[in-house]
Design a protein around this ligand. Structure first.
Ligand SMILES: C[S@@+](CC[C@H](N)C(=O)[O-])C[C@H]1O[C@@H](n2cnc3c(N)ncnc32)[C@H](O)[C@@H]1O
Length: 248
């Protein structure tokens, strides 16, 4: 397990997606891996949010503050796992509760999903999680230093099936190159998808990324079945799990 360090960061990180404006004040067009879904909470999500957000949610603006520090947010220094696109937290809560010696940063831009996750974290009693609703690509680049992410989880990333939308897929050569720097040597990027053609793309991209090696693996037994996996299976799609490790 690598040492977890807090690197010196830029005192003022660059603007995040959805915060970038042209000189005349218009929002800049950006290629994002997610679409803005509804932000309305159900009554039970609202209840979870009100009860637990202070404990587990990192306010978006906090990442713009100089001296942003995960150790401070977790109140300790432990190997840090990052989950990208945690959805409603079905996997997050169970996996984190089973790993009390690790801290889990769950990055999810869909706020109702974050609220739902809070309820599950409370049920599981998983204190080792912090939720952040800031774009995961920006976050990985600006909030983590080299080798600081002991493991990365990406389960059922949006498949963006239409060809003209493929540029919105999370797993791209540029992002894979960034991930390779954030993992320590031996650290693993676990992925799962129900979209065969995206699985092929993941393999092609990750096989070609210097410093990463791996491929298709058996279904990760620890990984809870989420709604997206259930829907994929019901529709007759095969699930592919992948694991790529940093080699150097
Ligand atoms: C298809 S869902 C899968 C959710 C969950 N992993 C599961 O298996 O149930 C993908 C999620 O990734 C989130 N997402 C996509 N791109 C993201 C990004 N760049 N940063 C943070 N979240 C992102 C979306 O909001 C969405 O909730």
């Amino acid at each position: 397990m690598s040492a977890v360090t807090s690197p010196a960061r830029d005192p003022l990180p660059p603007a995040r997606p959805h915060q970038k404006f042209t000189d005349d004040g218009r929002r800049m067009r950006e290629v994002l891996t997610y679409s803005r879904r509804g932000s309305r909470f159900t009554p039970s999500q609202q209840e979870s949010w009100d009860a637990h957000q202070q404990r587990w949610v990192v306010p978006d603006d906090r990442v713009d503050e100089p001296g942003f520090d995960w150790d401070e947010l977790f109140g300790r220094r432990a190997p840090r796992i990052v989950e990208i696109g945690s959805g409603v937290g079905e996997a997050t809560a169970v996996l984190a509760a089973a790993r009390p010696g690790h801290d889990v940063v769950a990055l999810e831009v869909w706020r109702p999903g974050v609220a739902h996750t809070l309820g599950l974290l409370a049920e599981e009693g998983a204190d080792n999680v912090r939720l952040l609703s800031v774009d995961a690509i920006w976050s990985l680049e600006h909030l983590f230093g080299p080798g600081e992410v002991s493991e990365l989880w990406t389960f059922f990333p949006d498949p963006w099936p239409k060809k003209r939308h493929h540029k919105r897929r999370l797993v791209s050569p540029e992002f894979a190159a960034l991930v390779a720097t954030r993992l320590p040597v031996g650290g693993c990027w676990r992925l799962a998808t129900d979209w065969a053609e995206y699985a092929d793309q993941m393999r092609a991209v990750l096989d070609a990324t210097p410093g990463l090696a791996g491929g298709v693996v058996e279904r990760w037994a620890d990984r809870p079945v989420t709604k997206f996996e259930r829907k994929g299976v019901e529709a007759g799609r095969a699930i592919t799990d992948l694991c790529y490790r940093r080699t150097r």
